[in-house]
Design a binder for this molecule. Sequence first.
Ligand code: ADP
Length: 170
Amino acid sequence: MKTPRTELIMGDITTLEVEAIVNAANRSLLGGGGVDGAIHRAAGPALLEECKGLDGCETGQSKITRGYQLKAKYIIHTVGPVWHGGSQNEDKLLASCYRSSLELAREKKIKTIAFPGISTGVYGFPRGLAAVIAVNEAQRFLRDNKFPEKVIFISFDEDNFETYRKLLKE
Ligand code: ADP
């Protein structure tokens, strides 16, 4: 049987043993709250030092760093859009976050990459729509590319887990 190339798990992304985790960063790339803060705390201060040299990142784009004290070798920092009601290209920008992260993973021949729900915390993106975009972009990319071999969606709470579970079953 073919191994599935997507997986859904519940938990804390900073603890995962995968090759790369994705950070829902802000444009400064200098740390913040939510998952960003958790990743910086877990990776240690050397992460901030590397981030200082990256000159920030545009919304919808991604940059890669080492993982430092994390089990993950790499962190891919992507800047999700702030939700303004849906009329400011938020869906396209969110799709671009997933695509640009996956393109970096392909470049580095990363086998496994884990995504949190980009923009679904403080940035206010509706979770159902965000999950549809995440799953669509990942499935399309996997279909067309050998790397990454596997995409993991990590959910921080039960509600979100259920949303992803339904989409991945379809
Ligand atoms: P954004 O500013 O892009 O909205 P947040 O960090 O506020 O980013 O939230 C993004 C998502 O990450 C939310 O769904 C939140 O529940 C989730 N999250 C927060 N901490 C963690 C963590 N340690 N591991 C996995 N997901 C997390």
